[in-house]
Design a protein around this ligand. Structure first.
Ligand code: AMP
Length: 233
């Protein structure tokens, strides 16, 4: 395992803050994040041939077919650098587990941590109804808890803020059901087979508290992460 780079998995229901946490972790250490939902969404936004196949699934909040997920993640992994590759939102079904372990093998990665964010359905609906995404740079805001300075405009790049079509309450409810049906069995698998590496965090804590706790545990699992941070200072 020593010559291998580490991989970590970050799972949680819609609205649990996976991507926000993953980006905050990446800002602390040499971590490459594979934002599965956003990588798929980017193909849709760019209206690529693959994006046109992906779109019906993301709009409905359903899982995108395995072959398309494989193409998107494989090409992204080619460029992934750093001491830790963090899979945000993958593997999300038992069917995807085989692909996950295949990708680890192909890229000489060892599984070092599985982080699970926990959130109840009503909190997810409340959070996602306020979520806005910058159409240009992908920055995430919330009109209730983390608004931009100017309404509907991104603080960083002045891009227009939009609501994801799948953040509507009815679609969020559907996404939550899909999470319980398809992703909870994956979590059970990791708990059973990789219990030492798997832990849960309440997504209701303050974002900085979650970040600190997850960072500390990751550094325990992957001490190299901390030394890189020191070097970067
Ligand atoms: P997220 O931003 O994680 O909520 O993902 C947005 C959408 O992207 C989901 O509703 C799915 O349609 C798709 N998606 C994200 N991750 C996966 C995955 N691992 N497998 C299949 N589809 C996914």
């Amino acid at each position: 395992m020593s010559d291998k780079k580490c991989a970590a998995v970050l799972l949680g229901p819609p609205g649990s803050g996976k991507t926000t946490l993953a980006r905050a972790l990446a800002a602390r250490g040499r971590i490459s994040v594979l934002e599965t939902g956003n990588l798929l969404g980017k193909e849709v936004r760019l209206d690529t041939q693959m994006g046109r196949q992906i779109k019906p699934y993301t709009v409905a909040g359903e899982l995108v077919p395995l072959e398309l997920v494989k193409q998107v993640l494989s090409s992204e992994l080619e460029n992934a650098q750093g001491n830790l590759i963090l899979f945000d939102g993958f593997p999300r079904s038992v069917e995807q587990l085989e692909l996950f372990f295949q990708l680890l093998k192909n890229h000489n990665l060892a599984l070092c941590a599985v982080i699970i964010l926990k959130l109840d359905p009503q909190s997810a609906i409340n959070r996602l109804s306020g979520r806005r995404i910058c159409s240009q740079c992908g920055a995430v805001y919330n009109v209730y808890t983390d608004p931009s300075k100017q309404p509907e405009l991104c603080d960083r790049c002045a891009g227009k803020l939009t609501q994801r079509p799948d953040d509507r309450a009815d679609v969020v409810t559907e996404r939550f059901k899909i999470y319980e049906r398809d992703t909870l069995p994956v979590i059970e698998f990791f708990k059973k087979e990789f219990g030492r590496l798997t832990w849960e965090e309440s997504a209701n804590s303050l974002p900085d508290q979650i970040l600190d706790r997850v960072w500390r545990r990751l550094v325990d699992a992957i001490p190299r992460l901390a030394s890189n941070r020191e070097q970067a200072r």
